[in-house]
Design a protein around this ligand. Structure first.
Ligand code: PMP
Ligand code: GLN
Length: 380
């Protein structure tokens, strides 16, 4: 049977492809972003305990009540923002689901959506499936910052939504106070909605503080703020995230969520609810990953790779232009098959496959993994 694809230009995600290639050739996998160390044993025990206690059936559609209450308390404490757990917080099956539900719930046929490139790869397919039109704006190398004048110029009457990701995957750039001022000014007289993809909110370095959309009432009132417990608790495989949004937006969001997944893994939600009171687990995360970033950078000091500034996330971009002039996809494959280190070629995050001769490496790895990988990279 011939099927006319709804997503003719979308292939298998780079994360599946590079991880498969790494496994095939026994390469060290610094491509897909996930830790190669375990979560806190207490958190794992809690999931098991809740399973044994019989919390094995559907959770409430919006999420386990105690977890929503704890998320509300944490958001108030961190960002001085009030979200009603009954109507403004939804627990989702990872941030990926939250992003899809948020986009689906507001974007209609012909609506324009501002997407900053390089862009995490799940935004555009969701926009296209909603009938929306992505409007791409490139972040400016070498620091991958946003040119807000360009944003002002690209906004039209049809602009429905803007997707902002900070700390930013894959570049490691972050939104600063000045960015927020420009953003507030630009959207003030408009009806533009915002998605704040803030899954790396607790992985931000060098004393910079995370500028959540939730912090600013005028932005919060038009935003879906999305986070992921996978990143914060080294549990990417449990797929639990959440979305904060004002009541009217949350209501639309939940109309999609309830038919996309209905609800999210029950014992994991109870475990996170109990574990969330331990603030050290998330307050300590920036320091933990900053050490990993610095370790990787110092191991690569004498290599021919040049680091791009990384202010957050667990990804380090490395410029390889003094080693090769090959396109990043070609070089990433060769690095995996010939040198035994897998990475992500960021050109896949551009609609036109723009290529800056950099690769993205995940440093959410044991020190010993980083040492082995750096050893290989230094030989090149
Ligand atoms: N947004 C960004 C920027 C990410 O890096 C990720 C990580 N996969 C996600 C969303 C999705 O998060 P989750 O694994 O919770 O679905
Ligand atoms: N967010 C992770 C990354 O950027 C992986 C996401 C995925 O595999 N879907 O590598």
């Amino acid at each position: 049977m011939k099927i006319k694809s709804k997503l003719p230009y979308i292939g298998v995600t780079i994360f599946s492809r590079m991880t498969a290639l790494a496994n095939e050739c026994g390469a060290i996998n610094l491509s897909q972003g996930f830790p190669d160390f375990d979560a806190d044993p207490h958190l794992m025990e809690l999931v098991y305990r809740y399973m044994q206690k019989g919390f094995n059936q559907y959770a409430p559609m919006q999420g386990v009540t105690l977890l929503r209450e704890r998320i509300a308390e944490k958001t108030l404490k961190l960002y001085n923002a009030t979200y009603d757990p009954a109507t403004e917080i939804t627990v989702t099956s990872g941030a990926t689901e939250a992003l899809f539900a948020a986009i689906m719930s507001v974007v209609k046929k012909g609506d324009e959506v501002i997407v900053f490139e390089p862009a995490f790869d799940c935004y555009v397919p969701a926009i296209l499936l909603s009938g929306g039109i992505p409007k791409f704006i490139k972040m400016k190398p070498t620091f991958y910052s946003i040119d807000w004048n360009e944003v002002k110029d690209r906004i039209s009457k049809k602009t429905k939504l803007m997707i902002l990701n900070s700390p930013h995957n894959p570049t490691g750039s972050v939104l600063l106070k000045e960015d927020i001022s420009s953003l507030r000014e630009i959207v003030r007289e408009t009806g533009i909605l915002i998605i704040g993809d803030e899954v790396y909110e607790h992985i931000i370095f060098d004393g910079i503080s995370h500028e959540s959309m939730a912090r600013y009432p005028d932005l919060a009132s038009r935003s879906f703020v999305i986070s992921s417990f996978g990143k914060t608790y080294h549990t990417t495989g449990w797929k639990v995230g959440y979305c904060l949004a004002p009541k009217a937006l949350s209501a639309e969001f939940q109309k999609v969520h309830q038919f996309l997944t209905f609800s999210t893994n029950t014992p994991a939600q109870h475990a996170y609810a109990e574990f969330l009171v331990n603030e050290n687990a998330y307050f300590g995360l920036s320091g933990f990953y900053q050490e990993k970033r610095d370790k990787l950078l110092s191991l690569l000091k004498n290599s021919r790779f040049k680091p791009v500034r990384c202010s957050g996330t667990y990804f380090q971009m490395l410029d390889y232009s003094s080693i090769s002039d090959e396109p990043d996809m070609v070089f990433a494959k060769r690095l995996t098959t010939e040198y035994g280190v897998a990475s992500i070629p960021p050109s896949v995050f551009y609609h036109d496959n723009d290529d800056h001769r950099v690769l993205r490496f995940c440093f959410a790895k044991k020190d010993e993994t980083l040492e082995k990988a750096a050893d290989k990279l230094c030989r090149i």
